[in-house]
Write a new protein. Sequence first.
Length: 296
Amino acid sequence: MTGLNAALEAHLKTGVTTTCRAWALTRRDGEVMGFTDHDRALVFEGVEFRPDTGLSALALQQTTGLSVDNTEALGALSDAAIREADIEAGRYDGAELRAWLVNWQDVDARSLIFRGTIGELRRAGGAFEAELRGLTDALNVPLGRVYQKSCSAILGDRDCTFDLETPGYVAERVAEGIEENRVFRFAEMSGFAEDWFRHGVIRVQSGTATGLIGLIKRDRVEGAGRVIELWHPIGAQVASGDALRIEAGCDKRMVTCQLKFDNILNFQGFPDIPGDDWTITDPTKAQRLDGESRRR
């Protein structure tokens, strides 16, 4: 084996080893969880690796080329560790995972043997199975600009640059009437035009659904109140009184970028691309046939 920690390599060469594996899982909300297949807890890098989670891993497949390193992790669902409700809510989607080979008698003698993210998660019968994808998996993601009329940026990202903290573009409210975890009713929300939040985001900031988001499908005024409907239910229960952050939406059109956000200089679309009707139109029958562009 190459690339090992020197102390761990020396330990392995003795022929009588006291090694185990440890995993650190970092969710996108920042929570870090530690697991080990040893029979007692280990602590290093500021993480406690617990033995009572029932987590184990299959053999790791590694290559020297650009193909994706992968393995799988197996475990039992437990309220003290990984809960089915959190998997259902999407809290583990895209989570980062690091795996070490560790001398449990001297945790400084350890080597990182895998780093990647959680891919597909499957669960059944009180257990889960998670596909782990190596760092080279990111090379399979298509990159580059798409030539289209609508904007390719996401509101507030580094291409858009719009500051969502600008007054008038965010509403801080507590949840009031909730239907199916998808429809939110508010007794009053003045100061925002109808459809202002359509295509926007609701972010849950307290309660059991903290950190989860919902994409807004409709935003309508009903009398003095407001009704905001999501495309899909939020993955965990939102209760009355939970804090919500509601962000204005963008439909990716140039006129919206200009008039709603005053951000036309950062518009990432190509509004003058001819449509399908233009590209298949018949040649002009005008008297002047000098080869000039028809688009004047």
